[in-house]
Every structure is written in structure tokens, then in C-alpha cells.
Unconditional design. Structure first.
Length: 266
């Protein structure tokens, strides 16, 4: 079990609601791989923006929960189509077995103490042939992003708290997921005023964990660069996928090794 990474999301719920928003390329990437789902669940949904847009695109009923009552309050205020609850992702989920076709989490795993429990519960509430998705940042993602370029202190902060891809994959396998694979989304964008306001408002948790001196210096560098020309922002996302396969009561290789007359084909 990993040490739980505490963070007061009630304190920043309104900031997140105002300044954080779904990445369009990531949403498109997820939609193109899921395509159909009747009921979907976002674990650690925050203000439920990803849940809301994906449930709309998939024509699915959307459910989500988060440990922060303020995040759920903001999410309910903004997103009326989804059903949200206050609950802890490190505890058993508040849903019955086999309730969902798709279970996902975005930027959650670095706050989770017990990855095995997270994926065991995700597996439990999924129907057979349902898929699970974790969206996270790899060590490479953290090193290449614009946030790290202007606020270098955040490099070690986030590399220390994000679990590696191998830890996530291992926990998924132990939970019973199969067909595990990784995809990547990289985005570049013109750094505009809204992005500057994200940083100034500390709408990323790493900015609240770094020194105030480093934060002020980073904002000054960014402001100067924006004054002198176009700033190109960079962000990458790592997606780790898995599938819940129905348990088989037979050995496929044995069946295919038997001829139609009941004799072995060897």
C-alpha cells in the first residue's frame, strides 16, 4: 500500500470548477475507443466535467463520486445530466456488482493509497466485457509539459507522488483485468490568457505544493515570454486500458485440439 497523498480539494473546488476543463483531444481519444456504453462511472470525478461530456457523447447514464463534498457540489451545479455522490475511492465503491460498461479515472491515482483496492472495486462493478481506463502522467509526461518548464520544482513533486505505469498495470492484473495496453495523447496549443489564469490561480495541485518563491519566479518567466511572442504549450496524457473478461469454465486450447469425431486431432 502506498502512502496516501493528502490534499484539501474542498479548498480548491471553486478554482478547479472555474479553471479546469476537459482536454478535447483526450475526450476524442477516449470516445473513439469506447464507442458504446449504457452506464459509465468516473472514480474521483472532481467537478465531473469529463464524466458529463463522455456520457453525453456515448448517450450513456453517467455516475461519479469524489471524496470532496465541495467538488461534488460544484459538479452537481454545472452538470445536471450525471448522478454524483460523495465517497472515498480508497474504500469499497457504493455500487452493486456488474453495474457499468465503462469505469474510468482521470488524474486520480497519485492520490490513491491502495491501487489494488481501486482496481478490484473497478473490476467488481464492471460488467463482463466492460473496460477500465486510467488517465495519468508518466515520468516522461511530467518532464515534457509546460507546467514543468516554468515551474521546475514541480518535476520532483509529481514524480514522487505519481505511481509508475508498471505499478498501475500490476494492480490491474492482480484485480483480474486482461488485454491491458497503453495509449498516449500529446497536445500542443497556443498558450493564451485562460491558460495563464489557470497557473496564476494554482488550478494544478503541484503549484500549491511548491514553494511560493518558485511559483512567483515561474509566473514572471511565463509573463515575460508571453510579452515577447507566441508561447506554445505542451501537455501529454498516458492512458492505461483493461478489459473484464468473463471467467471460462473450460480450456480453449483443449477444445480446439479435439476433432469432430471426439478423437484427438493430434
Amino acid at each position: 500500500m502506498r502512502e496516501r497523498k493528502g490534499f484539501d480539494f474542498d479548498e480548491v473546488a471553486m478554482t478547479y470548477s472555474q479553471y479546469r476543463y476537459p482536454n478535447e483531444k483526450l475526450v476524442e481519444h477516449i470516445f473513439n475507443r469506447v464507442r458504446y456504453a449504457d452506464r459509465i462511472l468516473e472514480v474521483g470525478c472532481g467537478t465531473a466535467d469529463y464524466l458529463s461530456i463522455l456520457s453525453e457523447l456515448l448517450h450513456a447514464r453517467g455516475f461519479g463520486f469524489d471524496i470532496s463534498p465541495s467538488m461534488i457540489l460544484e459538479g452537481t451545479r454545472k452538470n445536471h445530466r450525471v448522478e454524483l455522490k460523495v465517497a472515498d475511492a480508497d474504500q469499497p465503491f457504493l455500487y452493486e456488482d456488474a453495474q457499468f460498461d465503462f469505469v474510468f479515472n482521470v488524474n486520480l491515482v497519485h492520490y490513491i493509497a491502495n491501487l489494488e483496492s481501486l482496481f478490484e472495486e473497478s473490476f467488481r462493478v464492471l460488467q463482463n466485457d466492460g473496460s477500465v481506463l486510467t488517465v495519468t502522467d508518466s515520468c516522461q509526461d511530467i518532464g515534457e509539459r509546460t507546467l514543468t518548464h516554468y515551474f521546475p520544482e514541480t518535476l520532483e513533486i509529481d514524480r514522487a507522488r505519481y505511481p509508475g505505469n508498471s505499478s498501475i498495470t500490476c494492480a490491474m492484473k492482480k484485480a483480474g483485468f486482461e488485454g491491458i495496453y497503453t495509449t498516449k495523447v500529446k497536445t500542443t496549443f497556443e498558450f493564451k490568457k485562460r491558460h495563464f489564469e489557470q497557473y496564476r490561480s494554482k488550478a494544478y495541485s503541484a503549484l500549491r505544493l511548491m514553494s511560493e518563491k518558485g511559483f512567483i519566479e515561474g509566473m514572471k518567466r511565463l509573463e515575460e515570454d508571453m510579452k515577447h511572442g507566441l508561447v506554445i504549450g505542451k501537455k501529454a496524457y498516458t492512458q492505461i486500458w483493461g478489459i473484464k473478461i468473463a471467467k471460462r469454465d473450460f480450456d480453449l486450447p483443449t477444445i480446439f485440439a479435439v476433432g469432430f469425431n471426439g478423437e484427438s486431432s493430434r
